[in-house]
Design a protein around this ligand. Structure first.
Ligand code: 5AD
Ligand code: SF4
Length: 441
């Protein structure tokens, strides 16, 4: 049996694609292995959002070629594969297979072709909708947590972003299919599902079956209500796009205990001028009014975001507005990125005029603010009892379990194997830099 090692970079869409690839390959007679050195096939699921992520691919293939005696088949999947296509065969020596984001369903066929002596194989074809994805024997990062893509691609074309080019136009799965998957996963013992997509709240299926019971609401909040009605214990969703984030999403959370207390709403900048140059389609004021609704909820919804510093033309004043907006929103956590020009995006043609030194200074300044708010946010749980899904043993200690709270905080706690897969009450006894520690009560 041929052994396959699969490594994943980037967002949850890639994690989800990798899980599906692993499931398909296992069903087709391949064996997934956690040992790279043991593998007949090495698949790398790539990310192209920032240059650093892309450079990782180049160094990695180089390393495989240098250090591996048994020459494995090397396959590149994901966004770099979709964007670069067959040119990867020339750019990186030692690549045998290129599988675009739209062809992940056909990895097994492509691998079979390589082993049949088909030489280098590339498949960037149209993606088949995942309607009939078989959730029977999934390979997932946890048996109790599952990702369900509800919308593929992106139509927004923010000027810095490569995703609309690498993942193509938005396609929403029918709600009836999503609900079917949730019910099947629930039957298998999954406790928490994540509805994922680049912009989940731009969800708009062409076929509205499954949403009829919730008239007068926006399609995404209808979907949330339909999924909540399945009775699955926990539902999380990300990422949301500010312009399409309507109040009825918060209403849905308030009406359903199984919709978790967490919203990830990337703002990118706190300056209207920069937001315009980014073509983000929202202003600071409009964004703030959405935050006001979220913060006014008695559900105590955790709020996280993404921010880019050093976008072309960003002045010190613009940056300070971002810092001010951070203080206003009191984010529980934020991912901060230094702007990285991506070839093929509209902003690639703008002068990358903020020096790396200045980008780093702004990054560090904002990171300080983010750490302060993160610590404050975590400290509020000290001494409190919170519910945690026990997902796995902690990597550091066999006496500890690890999982997430409803507001998506990592919580490690003293517990036993019989708790795995259960939602456990944990009393928080210690606040760490990025996580909480406690004991089951
Ligand atoms: N440079 C820096 N950060 C970027 N992101 C997307 N494109 C770029 C880029 N060219 C960030 C955004 C997005 C997150 C996933 O990655 O903040 O929300
Ligand atoms: Fe990229 Fe903007 Fe689409 Fe998000 S909404 S994936 S940042 S283009």
């Amino acid at each position: 049996m041929k052994k396959v090692f699969l490594e994943t970079f980037g967002c949850q869409m890639n994690v989800s694609d990798s899980e599906r690839v692993a499931t398909t390959l296992s069903a087709r007679g391949y064996e997934m292995t956690p040992m790279q050195s043991d593998a007949d096939v090495i698949l790398i699921n790539t990310c192209s959002v920032r240059e650093k992520a892309e450079l990782k691919l180049y160094s990695q293939v180089g390393r495989i070629r240098k250090h591996f005696e048994k020459k494995p088949v090397v396959g590149v999947m994901g966004c770099v594969a979709q964007l670069e296509g067959e040119t990867l065969f020339d750019k990186i020596e030692g690549v045998d297979l290129v599988i675009g984001t739209r062809a992940v369903g056909r990895v097994a066929e492509a691998l079979d072709d390589v082993f049949k002596g088909g030489g280098q194989v590339a498949d960037l074809g149209e993606r088949e909708p995942d309607y009939d994805w078989d959730v029977a024997e999934p390979q997932r990062h946890s048996p109790y947590v599952a990702f369900i893509p509800i919308i593929e691609g992106c139509n927004k074309f923010c000027t810095y972003c490569i995703v609309p080019f690498s993942r193509g136009r938005e396609v929403s799965l029918p709600a009836s299919e999503i609900v079917r998957q949730v019910l099947e996963l629930r039957r298998q013992g999954v406790k928490e599902i994540h509805l994922i997509g680049q912009n989940v709240n731009s969800y708009k299926p062409s076929d509205e079956s499954g949403l009829e019971s919730f008239p007068g609401k926006t399609p995404f909040s209808q979907l949330l209500r339909a999924v909540a009605a399945t009775g699955i214990e926990r539902i999380k969703f990300n990422t949301s796009f500010p312009r399409d984030f309507h109040d009825d999403i918060v209403d849905a959370i308030e009406e359903n205990d199984n919709l978790c207390n967490w919203v990830h709403l990337p703002v990118q900048s706190g300056s209207d001028q920069v937001l315009r140059a980014m073509k983000r389609l929202h202003t600071v004021d409009r964004y703030k009014s959405k935050i006001d609704r979220i913060k006014s909820s008695p559900r105590n919804i955790a709020l996280t975001t993404d921010i880019i510093v050093g976008f072309p033309g960003e002045t010190r004043e613009d940056f300070e507005k971002t810092a001010e907006l951070f203080e206003y929103c009191e984010y529980d956590m934020a991912y901060i990125f230094k702007y990285s020009p991506r070839f093929g995006t509209p902003s690639f043609k703008m002068a990358d005029d903020v020096t790396l030194e200045e980008k780093t200074a702004r990054f560090n300044e904002l990171e300080k603010i983010q750490k302060r708010f993160q610590t404050e946010s975590l400290s509020r749980y000290n001494g409190k009892t919170i519910s945690v899904l026990a997902e796995k043993f902690s990597a550091k200690s066999q006496d500890d379990l690890s999982g997430h709270s409803t507001c998506h905080r990592v919580v490690n706690f003293k517990g036993s194997a019989r708790m795995l897969g259960q939602i456990v009450d944990v009393r928080v006894t210690e606040v760490k830099a990025n996580s909480l520690y406690g004991e089951a009560v």
